[in-house]
Design a protein around this ligand. Structure first.
Ligand code: KIV
Length: 504
């Protein structure tokens, strides 16, 4: 199988994504992860752009030992000099020089003619060759360049010494069949093309960057430029994980391979997301939170019988946790049954039916049913938690100029106990009063409230997680009065700690 070289550009093109910028420490951390991922070339930045950028690329170049490190330079001497300054300590430094070749760019950006551009391209490659044998040239906006001129530029830069010619679809304009034809025509019309590797650099303006990259590979490209999570200018670039997993998943058809250690894909994606602050959309292929989540009843049923019914890749292969079965109102009985088993519940048919009905009624109100929801349903519907403490009365005095004070009355084994307490807020005051009654050491780990129905009269649902004697317990309650819901949720957790259910 033919190897496809992975040219990773998150540190250069990815950094061009709006709002994204890496400091030298982050650049190095990412570069080291990319090295672990097994990319062939890391494009570490655009050294001439600022002294800080030059220093960052220099740092990456000095530390990375397993891959080639590249820097970007316009087709001008000062850029190429800066690039070399940054790269000279790298194991296999690559100077990546570029100039736009489409008439639109030549006219509006440069105000020059084609011949002048051709001359600049050739001179830049020759100049870069004085520093290193490893020179890559890109005719920017190649997809909108007149093909005959593109062939001439490519032939000339290869004659000047370019070892890689990278064909960019700078504005993400091409579609796969057209892009395939362009790469094929370059192979047929550039007489010395066998002396260089053809690369592609596809943008995602029409959502076709990965498809175009794969089409180019089928047409004979041997290097692809890509970024993790597809970050980059505007709509971004072809995403590494999509290209690599397409090659991996369809290797029999494509007859290509890469050196990527695919188990590192997921953690690399998360690192980039963390350091850029750019969230990965949930439905993003390969690395999105939902990429391996199944929800519809028919799908879940298929997956539970045999995962290959609806999974073409194993989440574990890319370093993600196993697939996720998301329980919603449409998940069906089989999914619920499977989840209950995993949670350790063995229910009789009658109990299962009851649980299923309660599940459906909650699922109609909530988008997703979590494990904790199911535990609560089962405990309330089937294994009722004995009410050691039950709320009789709660009253709170609060306001922006008042110290919140709560009075709580609770029944314990037929006896009514009343306590009052102040707190930082009304809920805190109620919980402190309850603590006085139970005399337990209760640590509130988590408190959340949300409305479960619409409108001003919505039910407020309170969920709490507490720690009592080193163990965690959860409680949930809903009421139109959120203070009452808060008190009852807290007491449910306390009651679980008092008499954990013996039936499961
Ligand atoms: O998008 C583009 O054309 C580029 C080139 C410099 C490769 O980033």
């Amino acid at each position: 199988m033919e190897k496809i070289y992975i040219f990773e550009s998150s540190l250069r093109e990815g950094e061009q994504a709006a709002g994204c910028g890496f400091n030298p420490k982050s650049k190095l951390e990412i570069a080291q992860q990319l090295e672990k991922l097994g990319v062939d070339i890391i494009e570490a930045g655009f050294p001439v752009s600022s002294p800080g950028e030059l220093a960052a690329v220099k740092l990456v170049a000095s530390k990375i030992k397993k891959c080639s490190v590249a820097g970007l330079a316009r087709a001008v001497k000062k850029d190429i000099d800066a690039c070399w300054q940054a790269l000279k300590k790298a194991k296999d430094p690559r100077i990546h020089t570029f100039i736009a070749t489409s008439d639109i760019h030549i006219k509006y950006k440069f105000g020059k003619g084609r011949e002048e551009i051709l001359k600049m391209a050739v001179e830049a490659v020759k100049y870069a060759k004085r520093y290193t044998r490893n020179v890559e040239f890109s005719p920017e906006d190649a997809s909108r360049t007149e093909p005959e001129f593109l062939y001439r530029v490519l032939e000339s830069v290869i004659d000047a010494g370019a070892v890689v010619v990278n064909i960019p679809d700078t504005v993400g304009y091409s579609i796969p069949t057209e892009w395939f034809d362009l790469i094929k025509s370059i192979k047929e019309n550039v007489s010395n093309i066998d002396k260089a590797i053809i690369s592609v650099h596809c943008h995602n303006d029409l959502g076709l960057a990965t498809a175009n990259s794969i089409a180019a590979i089928e047409a004979g490209a041997r290097q692809v430029e890509c970024t993790i999570n597809g970050i980059g200018e505007r709509a971004g670039n072809a995403s590494l994980e999509e290209i690599v997993m397409t090659i991996h998943t369809r290797k029999r058809l494509l007859q290509k391979t890469t050196d990527i250690n695919i188990k590192e894909i997921y953690s690399t994606s998360r690192l980039i997301s963390r350091l850029t602050g750019i969230y990965v959309q949930p439905n993003k292929a390969i690395v999105g939170g939902n990429a391996f989540a199944h929800s519809a009843g028919i799908h879940v049923d298929g997956i539970l019988k045999n995962r290959t019914t609806y999974e073409i890749m194993r989440p574990e292969d890319v370093g993600a946790q196993g697939h996720k079965i998301v329980l919603t109102a449409r998940s069906g009985r089989h999914a619920l049954e499977d989840k209950l088993k995993k949670l350790g519940y063995k229910l009789k048919d009658k109990d299962f039916q009851k649980t299923y009905e309660a599940f459906l009624s909650l699922a109609d109100k909530k988008r997703e049913i979590f494990d904790e929801d199911l535990k609560t349903i089962v405990e309330e519907e089937i294994f009722r938690i004995p009410e050691t403490y039950s709320l009789q009365y709660v009253n709170v005095v609060t306001g922006n100029k008042t110290i919140p004070t709560a009075t709580v009355e609770i029944k314990k084994q037929g006896k009514i106990i009343e306590e009052a307490s102040c707190g930082d807020g009304p809920v805190d005051a109620v919980y402190k009063a309850i603590d006085k009654i139970t005399k337990m050491q209760i640590k509130l780990l988590d408190y959340s409230i949300k409305s479960v129905t619409g409108g001003k009269e919505a039910l407020g649902e309170v969920t709490v997680r507490v720690k009592i004697n080193g163990k965690e317990f959860m409680g949930r309650s809903a009421s139109t009065d959120i203070i009452e819901a808060s008190a009852k949720a807290y007491l449910k957790a306390v009651n679980r700690a008092c008499k954990p259910c013996s039936r499961y």
